[in-house]
Ligand binder design. Structure first.
Ligand code: GRF
Length: 217
């Protein structure tokens, strides 16, 4: 069966890009990464794409006077490469409404919180300040509002005594590296549908993970 053609948009380190690259090379994985776009030159994520033999481009937002022109340049690159799904992975620019509408339900993002909690930046600092016992990450379809849209996969991790933002971020990041490939696989298998702004997943496991308590006693 033809594999889903995916583009990954990045701005930096690209560890989620790496998780997606690693998933896509597994035999039988239903998606392939055909293009990586970074809005920043010289970042680690671009090296990762190059090492994996994936075409990579820099489209620098600074080169465009208007956001709409930047968005249009990205859209043109995606269309030219025949991209079917766009994965934002640490992409630090907000895409405009026209772009988001054009790619509706074909544009996904990963956010390092259990949405709808802690949208925006400094999620881990805010999770610690709020004293939540669990946090995690969310893969979701993109809507015009930031860190908003139908939720596809979430992974929860405990907040532990002695955590600082860095330790918590590292624990969440490990969960991101599992959640994003899972979401991509579900989408590429054609099992994900948005119905009334909520995601339905065909054939999802009947046995969800058990109850988690933190602390346990
Ligand atoms: C991740 O924490 C992701 O959830 C957030 O930005 C970070 C990107 O990290 N949107 P990386 O570039 O994938 O390593």
């Amino acid at each position: 069966m033809a594999r889903l053609k995916v583009a990954v948009l990045i701005s930096g380190r690209g560890s989620n890009l790496q998780a997606l690259i690693d998933a896509c090379v597994r035999p039988g994985f239903p998606a392939e990464i055909s293009l990586v776009i970074s809005n920043v030159a010289g970042v680690k994520g671009l090296e990762r794409a190059q090492r994996a033999g994936i075409p990579a481009r820099v489209i620098a937002h600074r080169d465009f006077a208007e956001r709409a022109d930047f968005d249009a340049a990205i859209d043109a690159a995606l269309s030219k490469a025949g991209i079917e799904l766009v994965c934002l992975a640490g992409f630090m620019r907000i895409l405009g409404e026209a772009f988001v509408a054009r790619w509706r339900d074909r544009l996904v993002n990963i956010h390092p919180s259990l949405m709808p909690a802690f949208k925006g930046l400094q999620t881990h600092e805010r999770a610690l300040a709020a004293g939540v016992r669990f946090t995690g990450c969310t893969v979701h379809f993109v809507r015009p509002a930031m860190d908003d849209g139908p939720i596809i996969v979430q992974a929860a991790v405990p907040v532990l005594p002695g955590d600082d933002a860095e330790r918590l971020a590292a624990r969440v990041l490990e969960a991101e590296h599992e959640a994003y490939p899972l979401a991509l696989r579900l989408i590429a298998e054609g099992r994900v549908r948005v119905v009334a702004e909520r995601v339905e997943i065909a054939g999802a496991s009947e046995a969800p993970p058990g109850r988690m308590l933190n602390p346990q006693r």
